[in-house]
Design a protein around this ligand. Structure first.
Ligand code: HGY
Ligand code: MN
Ligand code: MN
Length: 412
């Protein structure tokens, strides 16, 4: 039987599949993605599943229910990473899903539904900027406009599909029909400090923040760092810096979350006034209305800065995902799983500020999530991401109990 130690060893094994010599980076449709699909597929087969890679590059495993052809419960998370990632974000959820299926098979559980484990290939959007590509294909919400998205080497998504051995024309084959599925459950590290502060191992997720990402450009006029007096300058970096600080202040005031994760000044000479700055914006909030109101305020502040400094501001949205709320009946099975495992009668409920594949799968079926404590203040998207073996053991028992609780209450 797969235990917590095995799961942690598997997370360590997958961490070795990185495009960088130091740190972990594994992006969609890369050789490293192919390698972890193969490894996860092997572990899925060991757990008694039939396995295949779907038309969007997601690795899948299937355990049939009591009789063939039953509708399917989806379990899963993602195997791709951000740059310089930790080893548990997404990966732990896929390993837990495989272990739950292994336990159900070993115990000859009679299931009223089949179970598909989905190892999504692109939750982060690291390579092409737009996130949730794998899970959106599964949900049937693929957008053909994405084919021309290009990575930093100029390879388009279409070219990357073909190089990976996929047929772009067949991406629609990855989609489920909504009446073929009975729900989606995902286990994931919290990526925040609240479980650690409460000294609890597990929580139920209530909802996931709505997110929008932008590519921003501030344009001014390059010039000599010595020769141009201040009153004549149109310094794009000074202007962009005012926007960055306004982003932080406006988001804090509104209870939203906003981050500028990437910024580059051009032409980039130490003795040249920056004429152009390209920077990113990741903006989220518990509701889409709050998120969008903050974006409108940011645009107003940027316009005032531009007028005052003689600059021009441009924005392009690169990703958008609406806030989604977990289905009460599936939240209940997650809650039941936690209670059955920890004895906690009223498990902690958390709103997820981190995005997850469930945001995309929500267009296909009802969903719920189990959060697992990750230590050191919930540090994530960082090599210091950490979980304890004890918490993984409790999470495995709770996730298995949740699936069994759903099976017990499910009526076709
Ligand atoms: O950005 C997020 O919240 C997720 O990790 N993709
Ligand atoms: Mn992440
Ligand atoms: Mn994740």
């Amino acid at each position: 039987m797969i235990d917590a130690k095995t799961i942690l060893n598997r997370c360590d094994a997958l961490a070795n599949q990185s495009s960088t010599r130091t740190g972990i980076e594994r992006v969609y449709l890369s050789p490293e993605h192919a390698a972890v699909n193969l490894q996860a597929g092997h572990w899925m087969q060991e757990a008694g599943m039939t396995t295949w890679m779907d038309a969007a590059g997601n690795q899948r495993g299937r355990l049939e229910g009591a009789t063939p052809g039953l509708p399917t419960l989806l379990l899963g998370s993602h195997l791709d990473t951000v740059p310089n990632a930790g080893r548990f974000d997404g990966i732990l959820g896929v390993m837990l899903a495989i272990a739950v299926v292994d336990r159900l098979r070993e115990s000859d559980a009679t299931l009223p539904f089949a179970i598909d484990v989905l190892a999504f290939g692109d939750e982060e959007g690291t390579r092409f900027g737009t996130a949730l590509l794998g899970s959106r294909a599964v949900a049937g919400t693929w957008d053909d406009q994405w084919w021309t998205l290009a990575d930093k080497s100029g390879t388009t998504l279409r070219e990357a599909f073909v190089e990976f051995g996929l047929d772009p024309a067949k991406v629609g084959d990855a989609a489920y029909r909504s009446d073929d599925v009975v729900g989606y459950l995902e286990a994931h590290i919290e990526q925040g400090p609240y479980l650690e502060e409460a000294d609890l191992p597990l929580a139920v997720v209530s909802s996931i923040a709505g997110a929008r990402r932008f590519a921003l450009t501030m344009t001014g006029e390059a010039g000599h760092a010595g020769g141009v007096p201040f009153h004549r300058r149109h310094d794009a970096l000074a202007g962009a810096s005012e926007v960055v600080l306004a982003v932080e202040q406006l988001a804090r005031e509104a209870g939203a979350i906003a981050t500028v994760g990437r910024l580059q000044a051009f032409p980039g000479g130490v003795n040249v006034i920056p004429g152009r700055v390209e920077f990113s914006l990741d903006l989220r909030a518990e509701t889409d209305d709050v998120r969008d109101a903050v974006w409108a305020q940011i645009q107003d502040v940027a316009a005032e800065i531009c007028t005052r400094r003689g600059l021009a501001f441009a924005d392009e949205q690169t990703h958008g995902a609406p806030a989604v709320v977990a289905a009460p009946h599936l939240r209940d099975v997650i809650r039941a799983g936690i209670t059955a495992t920890t004895g906690e009668p009223d498990p902690m409920v958390l709103f997820s500020k981190a995005g997850h594949d469930a945001m995309a799968v929500a267009d296909l079926t009802d969903w719920a999530m189990l959060f697992i404590r990750n230590g050191r203040g919930g540090i994530s998207h960082h090599p210091d991401e950490t979980v304890t073996e004890a918490d993984v053991a409790v999470a495995l028992d709770a996730f298995e109990a949740a699936v069994r609780a759903y099976a017990a209450t499910y009526a076709a």
